[in-house]
Design a protein around this ligand. Sequence first.
Ligand code: THU
Length: 156
Amino acid sequence: MPEDKIKELIEAAIQARSMSYAPYSHYMVGAALLAGDGQIFKGCNIENAAYTPTNCAERTAFFKAVSEGITDFTAIAVVGSPEGDEITQLAYPCGVCRQVMMEFCDPKTFHVIVARSVAEYRCMTLEELLPCGFGSDNVKGNEATLRLQSTQSKSS
Ligand code: THU
């Protein structure tokens, strides 16, 4: 990943974090997802009084992109820390978000950047974060998948 792209993504994730809706945990997270075509999708965590419907920042960014027809991704930057402007830690994506990344990204080439600032970050591949992940290749060719593919090809 080029250094200037990493910095641009971290800046976008810091901006996204300012939109965090976290009245229960008071833990604010921002994410910036870089698509293959160069677009950047920002997301923040969005909590809920019933707790379970809470959506992480990473998934907000992915779902925004996928719902706009974008499914090819290069990298994501994540910035998370307790409420306040100062980012005091590196926040690694939770297991559910790693699995969502696995659905759309090549684990060998997709980069995950966790950052405290544009100067302090760690960049790794999805495979490093989620070794031996389960993905769409595992279910390729099974009956349910073939049925789904045939329904999709008839409707298009
Ligand atoms: N959170 C994220 O947004 N991303 C993660 O990968 C881990 C956790 C959010 C969920 C919740 O709103 C808050 O951080 C505390 O768990």
